[in-house]
Design a protein around this ligand. Structure first.
Ligand code: SAH
Length: 350
C-alpha cells in the first residue's frame, strides 16, 4: 500500500470521510505534506486526527547525508527512505533558481554500460510521495532567495532509475508536484529523462502533464547504441526517434537529446554527421555530456577540445547543440556514484 504522501486531494477527501473528518481537512493535509511536514507537525489539525494520521504508512524521506561542492555550490543529497533504502538527489544552483535532480527508483535495471546506478540492479520503485518528499526536503534545507516564492524552482527526473520503468508512480508524482494546492511547480519547469522505453513514452505523451522530454541517446546508430544500452535491442533508434519527433510535434516543445561523448566509441566526425542526418527537421537540441568517469566502468571520456569540435560539427550541420556544464565533479555528482560509495563503506564497516 502506498503512503499518505502519495495521495491526491480526492483520495485524501475519501480518507477524511472514512475517518469521520470534514472534507476541508484534505486540502490542509495535502498542503502540509507539500511543505514536508509529518503528521505530528500539522498543527492546524486536531490532536486526534494527527494521531490517527501518524498510525498510517507515511512514505517520507529524510536527509541522511549531504555534500556541498566548494566549486559551484552544488549540493549532493543522500535521502533515506522509511525502509532504510538510500537514494540520491542533486541540487544545482543557477542564476534563475535551483534545479533539483531526483531519483525515481532505488537502483536501475536498464543496464547502460557507462552508468553507476545500474551496477546492482533495481532494488525497488519509488512511490510518488517519496519523490515528492525529496523536493520538500531540499526546499526546507535551502533558504529561499529574497523575492522568490520557492527555493526549488525546477525539477529534473535524471537521478537513479528509469522514470518510465516506474510509470504510474512517476506520472502521479508529476500530478502531485504541479498541483496548485501543493508545490505548484509548473510542468514547464520539469524535465523527464528516459533511456527510451517507447511504448511507455507513447502512453506518457497522451496522459501525463506536458513536461520537457530528454532522451538519453548517446549514439548515432543502432550498432553503437546496442553496445552501450541494452534497451536498444527492444526499441531500436528508428522507433525511439519516431516517438520523440511525435512528442515534439504534439507538445510544441523542443526535445533534448543527451549524448555522452565516449572515447573511441561515438565522438568522431562521421558520428556527428550521422547523428545530424537522423535529427534533421526535428524541434530538438543536443546536450553533449563530458562522460563522468565511473571507476567500475571501463569507458573514457573525451577532452574539452574534442567536445567543442563535436559540437562544431553538429552546429555546422544545422543541429542546435551545447556542452553541459559539469557540476559537482568534486562531490561525485554523477548518477549513482555517491550512493554506491556509501553502500561500499557500510559493507566495509559491517
Ligand atoms: N534512466 C534515465 C534517467 C537517469 S540517467 C535516462 O536514461 O535518461 C540521467 C542521465 O545521466 C542520462 O542521460 C544518462 O545516460 C547519464 N549518465 C549516466 N551515467 C553517466 C556517466 N557516467 N557520465 C555521463 N552521463 C551519464
Amino acid at each position: 500500500m502506498t503512503g499518505l504522501t502519495s495521495k491526491n486531494i480526492a483520495e485524501l477527501q475519501q480518507l477524511m470521510a472514512e475517518l469521520g473528518e470534514p472534507k476541508f481537512r484534505a486540502k490542509q493535509v495535502f498542503s502540509w505534506i507539500s511543505r514536508g511536514a509529518r503528521p505530528e507537525e500539522m498543527t492546524n489539525l486536531s490532536k486526534v486526527l494527527r494521531e490517527k494520521l501518524a498510525t498510517l504508512h507515511f512514505g517520507g524521506a529524510r536527509i541522511y547525508d549531504k555534500r556541498i561542492s566548494t566549486k559551484d555550490g552544488t549540493i549532493k543529497y543522500l535521502f533515506e527512505l522509511e525502509d532504510g533504502n538510500l537514494v540520491e538527489g542533486v541540487l544545482m544552483r543557477y542564476k534563475y533558481g535551483n534545479t533539483l535532480c531526483v531519483s525515481t527508483q532505488v537502483g536501475c535495471r536498464m543496464g547502460c554500460a557507462f552508468c553507476a546506478s545500474t551496477l546492482n540492479g533495481c532494488v525497488r520503485d519509488l512511490e510518488a510521495g517519496e519523490i515528492l518528499s525529496f523536493v520538500a526536503c531540499a526546499e526546507k534545507d535551502v533558504p529561499c532567495e529574497e523575492g522568490r516564492k520557492r527555493s526549488v524552482t525546477n525539477i529534473v527526473l535524471m537521478g537513479s532509475g528509469e522514470p518510465l520503468d516506474n510509470y504510474e508512480n512517476v506520472v502521479r508524482f508529476l500530478q502531485l508536484v504541479s498541483a496548485p494546492e501543493g508545490m505548484n511547480i509548473s510542468p514547464r519547469n520539469i524535465s523527464l529523462s528516459t533511456c527510451g522505453l517507447v511504448p511507455q513514452l507513447r502512453r506518457f505523451m497522451k496522459e501525463a502533464p506536458r513536461v520537457t522530454l530528454s532522451v538519453s541517446l548517446h549514439a548515432p546508430n543502432d550498432t553503437i547504441r546496442n553496445t552501450i544500452m541494452p534497451v536498444n535491442a527492444a526499441y531500436p533508434m528508428a522507433e525511439l526517434l519516431g516517438a520523440a519527433r511525435e512528442y515534439a510535434e504534439e507538445t510544441g516543445r523542443r526535445v533534448i537529446f543527451e549524448y555522452a561523448l565516449i572515447k573511441n566509441k561515438n565522438s568522431e566526425k562521421k558520428h556527428a554527421e550521422e547523428l545530424a542526418s537522423r535529427l534533421r527537421r526535428m524541434n530538438c537540441h543536443v546536450n553533449l555530456i563530458p562522460l563522468n568517469h565511473v571507476e567500475e566502468r571501463n569507458l573514457m571520456g573525451v577532452t574539452r577540445k574534442d567536445a567543442e569540435q563535436f559540437m562544431g560539427w553538429l552546429t555546422d550541420l544545422g543541429i542546435s547543440a551545447t556542452i553541459r556544464r559539469e557540476m559537482g565533479s568534486d562531490i561525485e555528482g554523477a548518477c549513482g556514484q555517491l550512493r554506491r560509495r556509501v553502500l561500499e563503506q557500510q559493507e566495509g564497516n559491517a
